[in-house]
Write a protein that binds this ligand. Structure first.
Ligand code: GLC
Ligand code: CA
Length: 545
């Protein structure tokens, strides 16, 4: 029975790796990463030891939002390759024991999707109700809903004189989930991908599909969970796949609703509470405030407890929408290696499924942007001009962008110290971070003390040690503003994870002695835990004796 459960819940001891295909590896010199580029690097992922690839969108798209605006769910974007390449990738991954989870972007389509092209032509189109069209009010949009990328969420549509809803770019019209025919189309599409042998789905902004635009309800709408249960029933239910929903609006209460297996919705969600701790309360991500470590500890501990018995957590620092963690909360200068390993220890030591974003495993950093001309992302560019108009000083805007822009994560993967970091033989679609001569995968693979090998060890520990996967979590010293420490307990065993979050040395004490399992300073002899002095960014996992 226990074995059956473990097999069904393979995603619990798995580690996922996110690929942003445009920036991962270019196989044909056009400067754009592609599917064959991913195939050429599977050995690298196998060496790292990951079990799952979360593949950001490779579907046909006009790329208003780099593939998160899909014009054909059944077709591969020509710049990424062909359906044959995709099938080969799935097969080759399977040969390496890696499953692919596809990005499922069904809150919206591209405005170039045939449904929308038809829908906007006439009020009588059978596709009209697949989207959300409304009459304007007093010569303006129907209401005050705002787009996540700035400005109104309503766009006037000439053809019929009505407005349509787009919670993101105006080229990303929102789908109307109230429409049953539309939902059926989505189930059909998902089943088609499942039949092709994929391992599951990462669901883009899925907490918005239950929106009630007329009441200005966007996230966590009244029918959200009913839609997810229907999706489960109609598509992946009983098929032993992995599902993770992106839920910016989640709290621990609805976190359980999504991921309690008995409710038959999703396996886990991405929640962003920790990610929002360095933004001024009630403001935007661009309004910076320093991270308070005590709040970070509280937040993680709350989720660890809430999704302990029922439900499941996903663990992540980075993705294609977030700045690089080593620059954000580590130290991307003299302690880059130590702090990157510390952050990895802290995260991978907790209960949940860890996700690594491409380049994180070699400690890639933010990009030193010097002006708006360096940016490519719609969100960043819109914000720049919006804040310019509002009179913000140029220096402040650039500081926010350097700290938070999504562009930071989207520069090409740094493979080696050669031409364009080994990403392409041509000219990359986006500039390579100038630090590629020092920070690259080749260098990491040659150095036994590299961040890469540290991640490799963390990943294999999760395979060898059920305590890391299932053990109970307990936060220690919540009031300590420098050290993040917790224990894990499982079948009479107890592990202690201690991380000095900062550059200054810090003290910590715990009764008894500990045998180091893994440490970023190479500590390997038995340690008296009574009075420890932690070095800058020191992190150790101990087995308590
Ligand atoms: C998600 C994606 C992001 C995209 C947005 C709209 O947040 O991760 O990249 O811009 O949804 O699809
Ligand atoms: Ca290419």
């Amino acid at each position: 029975m226990a074995e059956k459960k473990a097999k069904e819940q393979w995603w619990k001891n798995s580690v996922a790796y996110q690929i942003y295909p445009r920036s991962f590896c270019d196989s044909n010199g056009d400067g754009i990463g592609d599917i064959n580029g991913i195939r050429a690097k599977l050995w690298y992922l196998a060496k790292l030891g990951v079990d799952v690839i979360w593949l950001s969108p490779v579907y046909r798209s006009p790329n208003a939002d780099n593939g998160y605006d899909i014009s054909d769910y059944y077709g591969i974007a020509p710049e990424y390759g062909t359906m044959e390449d995709m099938k080969a990738l799935i097969q080759e991954c399977e040969n390496c024991g890696i499953k692919i989870i596809m990005d499922l972007v069904v809150n919206h389509t591209s405005d170039e999707h045939p449904w929308f092209v038809e829908a906007k032509k006439s009020k009588d189109s059978p596709y009209r109700d697949y989207y959300i069209f409304r009459e304007g009010k007093a010569g303006g949009p129907p209401n005050g809903l705002k787009s996540c990328f700035g400005g109104s969420a309503w766009e006037y549509s000439e053809e019929t004189g009505e407005y349509y809803l787009h919670l993101f770019h105006k080229k990303q019209p929102d789908l109307n989930w109230e429409n049953e025919a539309m939902r059926k189309e989505i189930w059909r599409m998902m089943n088609c991908w499942i039949d092709m042998g994929i391992g599951g789905f990462r669901m883009d902004v899925i907490d918005k599909i239950g929106k009630v635009p007329d009441q200005e309800i966007v996230e966590n709408g009244p029918k959200l969970h009913a839609y997810l249960q229907e999706m489960h029933r109609e598509t992946f239910g009983g098929k032993n796949l992995m599902t993770v929903g992106e839920c910016w609006g989640a709290d621990t209460e609805n976190g359980i609703l999504y991921s309690d297996p008995e409710r038959k919705e999703l396996d886990m969600i991405f929640q962003f509470e920790h990610i929002e701790l360095d933004q001024a309360p009630g403001k935007q991500k661009w309004d910076l405030q320093p991270l308070n470590l005590k709040c970070l500890k509280q937040s993680f501990a709350k989720w660890q407890e809430a999704l302990g018995e029922k439900g499941w957590n996903s663990l992540f620092w980075d993705n294609h929408d977030l700045p690089r963690i080593v620059s954000r909360w580590g130290n991307d200068k003299e302690y880059r290696v130590e702090s990157a390993k510390m952050l990895a220890t802290l995260l991978h030591g907790m209960r949940g499924t860890p996700y690594i974003y491409q380049g994180e495993e070699i400690g890639m950093t933010n990009y030193p942007f010097t002006g708006v001309g360096d940016l490519m992302d719609v969100e960043s560019i819109n914000m720049y001009w919006e804040r310019k108009r509002m009179g913000y000083p140029e220096g402040d805007i650039l500081k926010s962008l350097r700290t938070k822009a999504r562009d930071n994560a989207r520069t090409p993967m740094q493979w080696d110290g050669g031409h364009e970091a080994g990403f392409t033989e041509g000219t990359p679609w986006y500039t390579v971070n100038p630090n590629y001569t020092e920070i690259n995968a080749k260098q990491s693979l040659e150095d036994p003390d590299s961040i890469f090998y540290y991640y490799q060890r963390l990943i294999s520990l999760r395979k060898e040690q059920p305590i890391l996967v299932y053990g109970d979590f307990e936060l220690l010293c919540p009031e300590d503003g420098k050290v993040f420490a917790y224990t894990r307990e499982w079948e009479g065993e107890k592990w202690l994870v201690v991380c000095n979050f900062y550059k200054e040395p810090a003290g910590f004490s715990y009764p008894g002695e500990g045998r180091p399992i893994l440490s970023n300073y190479g500590q390997d002899s038995l340690v008296q835990l009574g009075k420890m002095e932690l070095r800058p960014y020191e992190a150790v996992i101990f087995e308590i004796r």
